[in-house]
Design a protein around this ligand. Structure first.
Ligand SMILES: [Zn+2]
Length: 218
């Protein structure tokens, strides 16, 4: 796509998706979308996915994209976001960095989907055994990893948790905390974006590697 085509693409979608819905309506829509993601995850975990990636699905996306959710996930290769939610082409706007830390480019990507594509649900997806969170907990990461580990606050993790398997329990608690921190950070960032802040729903969950289930966090 050439730059002027990109510009036209953006303008076209800006006009058609400049949503100014009431908070209630958006919340209802977001909860329906969340239900769709939960059901997709249940199919994935059960080994019965339905998403298709055929020529037909690709052709259906030619007119543009209207993703139902933004997913902010970790780059870990064991957490393939579309597969986890059994979503096909055009359904999810996925932003991934190690430890789902919000880099400048990630924030701009999320903003693009909120402001230009009209997406109103943001899901932060952490996961079990996250190497980035583990590195932050260990506290001995090399300097070049600091843009990631310095953004993961592990100070609230309680070392008295589950002495029998303390390492796993600590890491799981740190993963959950970091998901909730990212949700809070996004809430804050969205206040500065050109989108009604009460019109965006942000939630988070932690993906379990063995079961394939997403454990949703309140
Ligand atoms: Zn990770």
């Amino acid at each position: 796509m050439y730059p002027d085509e990109v510009e036209r693409f953006i303008l076209r979608y800006d006009v058609s998706t400049n949503l100014r819905k009431s908070g209630d309506h958006v919340e209802k829509e977001a909860s329906l979308t969340l239900e769709r993601l939960r059901e997709g995850n249940a199919r994935f975990a059960a080994g019965r996915p339905e998403a298709r990636f055929s020529a037909e699905e690709r052709l259906a996306c030619l007119a543009g994209q209207k993703p139902v959710a933004i997913v902010v996930g970790c780059s870990d290769s064991r957490v393939p976001v579309e597969a986890v939610f059994d979503a096909g082409p055009g359904e999810l706007f996925v932003v991934r960095t190690a430890g789902h830390v919000l880099a400048q480019a990630s924030i701009a990507s999320i903003r693009f989907a909120l402001e230009k594509l009209g997406t109103r649900l943001v899901v932060v997806l952490g996961h079990e055994d996250c190497g980035a969170v583990s590195a932050a907990l260990a506290g001995n990461a090399p300097e070049w990893l600091s843009p990631i580990v310095s953004k993961i606050d592990v100070s609230r993790v309680d070392p008295s948790l589950a002495p029998a398997d303390a390492d796993d329990a600590l890491l799981a608690a740190a993963v959950d905390n970091h998901v909730l921190d990212t949700v809070a950070e996004l809430h804050e960032l969205i206040l500065g974006m050109d989108v009604p802040h009460d019109a965006v729903v942000v939630c988070g969950g932690a993906y379990k590697l063995a079961s394939g289930h997403v454990h949703w966090l309140e």
